[in-house]
Design a protein around this ligand. Structure first.
Ligand code: PGA
Length: 236
């Protein structure tokens, strides 16, 4: 399983170091078999001396090596820390910062070319969910436009926008049904994201096509994140 934490705009450089240390200790001491990913904010990026199964990634970057793109980071800034994993297409990037599908696809192509592992996020807003499963599937498939699904370092995160940060996860039935449809096109590992927490981790990880979770809010507390990793381990 893949258990991933997206810090978003949370944690400082110093609290991230503390977090990574605790996480590393937990993973080593528990002998966890999970793949663990952490996406700290850009100011907290570093070369963390963690167990091999823990990967640090970047939440966002502009598809350039370097240049004049105020407020953005590019390949040169990521390379400094030897990082090779990136989140692309997160709903907050799409909906708050207006990233178009064309820009997501451009970022994808650039970082694919650079050999990055890409966690590519898709997910429908509430009004689409209310129109039923067909509309949901069409919307999610449209977010795959221009994305090379055969890329071997791709992981897809299905994160319904209405479930992100709301405390209200999609139901197991909704996730299961949606993932079954997504699976027809996506052979890459499929994660679910949207109000995942220790209390619902087990039922979500048991969903047939679900290969892991991408967690925001609940994962900012390292103990809760470790608890979710332990739940995955218990499931075997
Ligand atoms: P959440 O965020 O766990 O706070 O809902 C998930 C995400 O945006 O990846």
């Amino acid at each position: 399983m893949i258990i991933a934490s997206n810090f978003k705009t949370n944690h400082t450089r110093s609290s991230t170091h503390e977090y990574m240390q605790k996480l590393d200790t937990f993973v080593r001491e528990s002998g966890s078999a999970q793949r663990v990913m952490v996406f700290p904010p850009a100011t907290a990026l570093d070369r963390f001396d963690t167990a091999e199964q823990i990967t640090t990634g970047v939440q966002n970057a502009y598809p350039v090596e370097k240049g004049s793109f105020t407020g953005e980071i590019g390949l040169e800034q990521i390379d400094e820390f030897g990082l090779k994993t990136i989140l692309i297409g997160h709903s907050e990037r799409r909906h708050i910062f207006g990233e178009t599908q064309a820009l997501c696809a451009k970022k994808y192509a650039f970082f694919q070319e650079q050999g990055f592992e890409i966690v590519y996020c898709i997910g429908e807003p509430r009004e689409v969910r209310e129109q039923g499963i067909e509309a949901v599937v069409d919307y999610n498939f449209a977010q795959l436009e221009g994305i090379d699904l055969s890329y071997e370092k791709l992981i897809v995160a299905y994160e319904p926008v209405w479930a992100i940060g709301t405390g209200l996860s999609a139901s197991v039935e909704q996730i299961d049904e949606t993932m079954t449809h997504l699976r027809k096109k996506i052979k890459a590992p499929l994660l679910y994201g949207g109000s995942v927490k220790p209390a619902n981790t087990e039922e979500i990880l048991k969903i047939a096509d679900c290969d892991g979770v991408l967690v925001g809010t609940a994962s900012w507390d390292v103990e809760a994140f470790c608890e979710m990793i332990a739940i995955a381990d218990k499931l075997g």
